[in-house]
Structures are given as C-alpha cells and as structure tokens.
Ligand binder design. Structure first.
Ligand code: DP6
Length: 340
C-alpha cells in the first residue's frame, strides 16, 4: 500500500505542509534491547496492540531558517527538539532537500493516562514528515522510518495489531499487521511521584550488566513465535498468558541490572494480584506493564466494565480498543493556534 501526498497542502505564506495522527501502542511481546543503537535495530521481534485513544496529531510545515518544534502549545528546545531535528534530517537526506521545518504536535493523552509515549509521536512525525517532504513511502517503509525515531514507534504505524520483525538491516526491520483475538486494554495509571529512567538508558544498562542478558533475545523470539501461533488460532487465553509472563520476565530482567532498575511499584504488583484473583473468579484478564509503574490489563470486550471497576481503586482508568495506525489528516495545526 502506498501513501499518497494528496493531503499535503501548500499555504500562501509557507511551504508544503502535512499532518498525521497516530496512537500509542502497548506491547504484548516486549521489545527490550538494540543490536544497533544508531539504526535502532532490535535484538528480537515484538508484538503490540495499537490503541484507539490518546492520539498525537503532528503537522510538519516546510520553511524557516531553522527547525522548530512546538508540543502541546509550547516551544520545545534542548534534547527533545534535537531528537526531532535529527529525525527530520533523515527524511531530508532521502528527499534530497535542505529545507528546514516547523513541527507542531498535540498529544491528546487523557491527563495522567501514562500514555504520552514517544511511539505515537514518532509514528505521526514519520507519516507527516514523509508527506511534507514529498516522499512516497509504503506502509513498511513508513514503519521502518518511524523506528529510527523510537523503536516501538514502528508498531504505531500499523492498524490494530503489529509484529515488529528484527530484520537484517535498516530497510527490513519494520512492523506488519497480524490478526489477533478480539480484546480490549484497560489502562490503570497508578499514582507515582518517582521519575522513571528512560527505556533507552535502561536497555543499555540491562545489556551491559544483567547476568541474564544472554538468554533474553532467543527467549523473546521463541515467545513471539508462540504468540503468533496463539493469534492465528484466535486463542485469547494463550495470548493473555504469554503476554503476562513476558511482561514479568521483562521486569525481572530489568531488575537484574546493576544498579537495579525497578519500574514496578508495590501498587503495580497489587494490581497483578487482583487480576490473578479476577481470573480465578472466572473473569479472564491478564496484566502487562511497560517502562513504568502503570499496569495495562488485557480483557475480552464484555469484561471491560467489571475489570475497570476493580482497577478504579488503584488509579485513573481508561479503556482502549484496537486502533488505527498512523494516517494523514486535513486538520493542520498552526503555530499561532498552538500559542493560543
Ligand atoms: C518497555 O521504543 O521507547 O515499552 O527505541 O530507545 O526509543 P527506544 O525505546 P522505546 O522502548 C519501548 C520499551 C517498552 C516495550 C515495548 O514497547 O515493546
């Protein structure tokens, strides 16, 4: 499938611009560790659900003397702006362009949902940036491009459920869609004052210090292959069991780094326990968690109300269904709007 540039517009006072919308994704088989830091090639494949909530909208408008980045109404400088500029440079190289760009991005994550991940941000930036610079890229090429911003972003380019293939090189490491059992995710954001170590830093520390690192990649590849089989068989139980086990294995691995990194807090473990109790009472649900204390629960659609009610005592809760991968939109954001 090719994305065309039909939603690229040219305004009177500026160059070409394009806007894209993307959502976060939550991994069911986790990505942890790179075999190439610069190209962001993973040590193993992974699999995720793209959410239908917490959208990021990003407009890329060509022109200006330097790149500029605005997020949620504020000008951003420093490391985050630098990361956006490095990413734009990749697109410019491919497009043979030296035009700078203004990037305006709004993140609609519900307040405190813990979903302001870089995955949606770089997926939207890849799709909008490629269109603004006139690159005609396939879905796979867009996924590979988003990966260069943040590994997990390659999965947010894909509708509903995605497998990120390790690939052999920059062009062959991208995500593709797979079908999976009908399910929902109930996101529970726990109260936490602690500042998490970034995934990027934590991955390096795990690789350099964990005594279990050598086992991780091969194990994850085997888990991914079992997950794909479960999805092909439309087996919700197997999917849930595999996802919960792999999430806990990830956290055990991270905790085995020196100094140890602990993302899960006592309240996170309490939620894992409650989910186990719910399962034992006949409500089939499973827990997972990324690089932070928040817990995401995998349920069948009919059980979301009871699961949400159970989780409400632990924090802010919202439910997500499988959502659309990053796509172009006509709702362009402007810098003045963003100052308003
Ligand atoms: C725990 O994609 O944020 O969420 O590639 O360094 O940008 P970088 O890391 P990132 O890591 C996500 C880690 C995870 C697991 C997952 O999403 O698979």
């Amino acid at each position: 499938m090719r994305m065309n540039g039909s939603q690229t517009t040219s305004t009177a006072g500026g160059g070409a611009s394009a806007t894209a919308i993307a959502h976060p994704n939550i991994a069911l088989v986790k990505y942890w560790g790179k075999r190439d830091e610069r190209l962001i090639l993973p040590v193993a494949g992974s699999m995720s659900m793209t959410l239908d909530s917490a959208a990021t909208t990003t407009t890329v408008r060509l022109g200006g003397a330097a790149d500029a980045f605005y997020l949620n109404g504020k000008r951003v400088d420093g490391k985050a702006a630098q990361r956006v500029s490095v990413f734009l440079e990749l697109i410019r190289e491919r497009a043979g362009s030296c035009e700078c760009a203004t990037v305006v991005s709004n993140n609609r994550a519900p307040t405190g949902a813990g979903l302001a991940s870089s995955a949606a941000g770089f997926a939207a930036l890849a799709v909008a940036g490629a269109a603004a610079y006139g690159l005609q890229l396939s879905r796979e090429q867009l996924s590979a491009l988003a990966r260069r911003g943040s590994g997990s972003a390659c999965r947010s380019v894909i509708d509903r459920f995605a497998v990120w293939h390790t690939g052999a090189d920059d062009t062959s490491s991208y995500a593709t869609q797979l079908s999976a059992p009908e399910m929902r995710m109930v996101v529970c954001q726990v109260n936490s004052a602690e500042k998490a170590v970034s995934s990027r830093e934590a991955m390096l520390l795990t690789r350099d210090t964990s005594p279990f690192w050598g086992a991780w990649a091969g194990h994850t590849e085997r888990v991914l292959s079992r997950m794909i089989t479960a999805c092909e068989a439309d087996d919700f139980t197997a999917l849930g069991e595999i996802a919960e086990a792999h999430a806990l294995q990830l956290h055990a691995l991270i905790m085995s780094a020196e100094p140890a990194i602990r993302y899960l807090e006592p309240v996170s473990f309490a939620i894992f326990d409650v989910i186990k109790q719910l399962r034992e009472s006949g409500i089939e649900c499973y827990a997972t968690a990324d690089a932070g204390p928040n817990v995401v629960v995998i349920t069948r659609p009919r059980d979301t109300v009871v699961v949400s009610a159970k989780l409400a005592e632990f924090g802010a809760v919202h439910t997500a269904a499988p959502g659309r991968g990053a796509y172009l939109s006509d709702n362009h954001l402007t810098v003045p709007e963003c100052h308003a």
